[in-house]
Design a protein. Structure first.
Ligand SMILES: [Zn+2]
Length: 84
């Protein structure tokens, strides 16, 4: 389980997607633009957050000293229902 990445069991529920929203870095205590899983670019800590909530404040997690503390969305949570 210790591979440093977000984990999932069923590939049928996860898709790869290219979008500039995944490239943006967000400072601590700024609003999360989308619901999903965000990762600290400095230490790899992952969090789940809802759209519109504040990302964690600086030093709110055991961050690796000397690295940048910023959040990058790695998994987007799609709230729309799917009817197949
Ligand atoms: Zn960190």
């Amino acid at each position: 389980m210790e591979n440093g990445m977000a984990l999932y069991q069923s590939a049928q529920f996860i898709d790869t997607w290219t979008d500039p929203e995944f490239d943006k870095l967000h400072s601590p205590r700024t609003v999360a633009p989308h619901s999903g899983i965000y990762r600290c670019v400095g230490c790899g800590v992952e969090i789940a957050i809802s759209e519109g909530q504040l990302l964690p404040a600086i030093h709110a997690h055991p961050h690796r000293l000397g690295t940048r503390e910023a959040w990058q969305m790695v998994v987007y949570a799609d709230h729309r229902p799917k009817f197949t």
